[in-house]
Design a protein around this ligand. Sequence first.
Ligand SMILES: NC(=O)c1ccc[n+]([C@@H]2O[C@H](COP(=O)([O-])OP(=O)(O)OC[C@H]3O[C@@H](n4cnc5c(N)ncnc54)[C@H](O)[C@@H]3O)[C@@H](O)[C@H]2O)c1
Length: 129
Amino acid sequence: MGEILSIALIGAGRTGTPLLQDLLKYDYIKILGVADVDTKSPGMQLAEEHKIACFTDPMALVKTVGQVDILVEVSGDLKLKEQIKNLYEQTGNRKTLIMHDLIARLLISLCSRSPQLTTSFHPEDQGIG
Ligand SMILES: NC(=O)c1ccc[n+]([C@@H]2O[C@H](COP(=O)([O-])OP(=O)(O)OC[C@H]3O[C@@H](n4cnc5c(N)ncnc54)[C@H](O)[C@@H]3O)[C@@H](O)[C@H]2O)c1
């Protein structure tokens, strides 16, 4: 087995769920956990079906997965990225890449070969906060 990419996801809603569906297709991707305040959100249910660790507290996920390769943050909660970046600064995590809404939508659009970029459900959530 070659290199394995570790990924955790916050916000298992309209952007997070199709992304998770795509990520689950590849053996070289390991999903370490999914967080959503709503345990009934579609992505949380998908994660449960795949026996992925589920969290209702996003920071508990962030602390548990530590220096994960990629942290997908598509909850739409504008306060979260700052909290995550503060924690990474305190803990010296210079490795984890925070994947935000725009990059998530680019990936979904490429995977589905869409001629247009998929819609943002949280257009106010720009950059990494
Ligand atoms: N927001 C809207 O304008 C809107 C409009 C129509 C329908 N809806 C429906 O409402 C539901 C939720 O919409 P939305 O815009 O909240 O979600 P979304 O579909 O954009 O997905 C974001 C997900 O992140 C979760 N989340 C939000 N804050 C969080 C936090 N701090 N920590 C962890 N998880 C967090 C939400 O529970 C949601 O599942 C969806 O089923 C959607 O179809 C929303």
